[in-house]
Design a binder for this molecule. Structure first.
Ligand code: SF4
Length: 320
């Protein structure tokens, strides 16, 4: 069952010098119980895409065009009141980037999760919300006796678990995890990842994992979406993309990661740097860095086209 159908989503930020074209024309679907990794270099529009899904963009951000259809309802057209009462947290929730900074240091963990519950479910009494917090903390592997602690009394991993508990507090269908491993050491990162995977299976959650770390995606996700400079470069089944990446950017991205199962080789790096999205390159935005760039690449933006079952690519070379 398709829970989320994002069609041609375009989001810009207005700044003094013009419009930053942070996300332009991206499309993807998320099924019930499915995990999708959204990857790409910093500044490629991953977080903007996630914030657009919940319509919690900064004041200068706006969805210019496109549809975000969640369970048959277009979120883009929904009133702010309906969005808050019906979608945010109850339908789609978000584990914010950097648990260290996302929790308020002067409030107890319990109070912060209770507040999140009551904000989105106004009919829930404080006593009931507190009981829910205890259960949620146990579910994410934190003893409920720690509910009255302040964030500084938690380790980094426990704070990330508390953020996950908060994201699950209103039983959402989809959880967006924005860089869930950031600032955690590799052992704790693996534990958090395992927890997310377990919760996904136990609660039949759909998971949208935003990361620049392909190894995290390979561990947990069934689907992979690769973004470059605000565009969708390649999208589909994670095995298809890892085995046979067709977009030169995906190939380079995978080539830049070590694989402990294959022969030793030198890591490749992608020459150049991502473009300025105030005035992105014409045609394919990757053309200034692409070793296969052709004339057409500078003129025509490649559309995302189906090349095989569960495999879509936006590249003139792969789809001609
Ligand atoms: Fe390279 Fe052209 Fe494909 Fe863009 S469309 S990735 S420039 S070959």
């Amino acid at each position: 069952m398709t829970l989320l159908d994002v069609q041609n989503l375009t989001t810009y930020y207005t700044i003094g010098r013009g419009s930053v074209k942070a996300v332009e024309g991206i499309s993807f679907q998320l099924e019930k119980g499915e995990a999708m990794g959204l990857v790409g270099e910093s500044g490629c529009g991953k977080t903007t895409a996630a914030l657009s899904l919940l319509r919690i963009l900064p004041y200068n951000g706006r969805i210019v065009t496109g549809k975000i259809v969640f369970k048959g309802t277009d979120i883009v057209q929904l009133s702010e009141d309906k969005l808050r009462k019906e979608i945010r947290w109850k339908g789609i929730s978000l584990i914010f980037q950097g648990a260290m900074n996302a929790l308020n240091p002067v409030y107890r963990i319990e109070e912060q999760i209770v507040e999140a519950i009551q904000l989105h479910e106004s009919n829930v009494k404080k006593k009931e919300a507190r009981e829910r917090v205890g259960k949620l903390l146990e579910m994410v592997g934190v003893d409920k006796s720690r509910a009255r602690n302040y964030p500084h009394e938690f380790s980094g991993g426990m704070r990330q678990r508390a953020m996950i508990a908060m994201a699950l507090s209103s039983n959402p269908d989809i959880v967006i995890a924005d860089e869930p491993g950031t600032a955690l050491d590799v052992i704790v990162q693996a534990q958090v990842l395992k927890l997310l995977d377990e919760l996904k299976k136990r609660l039949d959650l759909a998971l949208l994992m935003i990361t620049h770390d392909l190894s995290l995606v390979a561990e947990v996700c069934e689907k992979l979406a690769v973004m470059y400079a605000g565009n969708m470069a390649e999208y589909g089944n994670v095995l298809n993309l890892f085995k046979k990446p067709l977009h030169p950017y995906t190939q380079d991205l995978i080539g830049a990661f070590p694989n402990i199962h294959s022969a030793k080789r030198l890591m490749i790096s992608i020459p150049g740097s991502p473009p300025d999205l105030l005035s992105p390159p014409s045609g394919c935005r990757f053309h200034p860095r692409c070793k296969y760039a052709m004339d057409i690449c500078k003129k025509e933006r490649p559309e995302l086209k189906k090349v095989a079952e569960n495999h879509y690519v936006a590249c003139h070379l792969a789809t001609r």
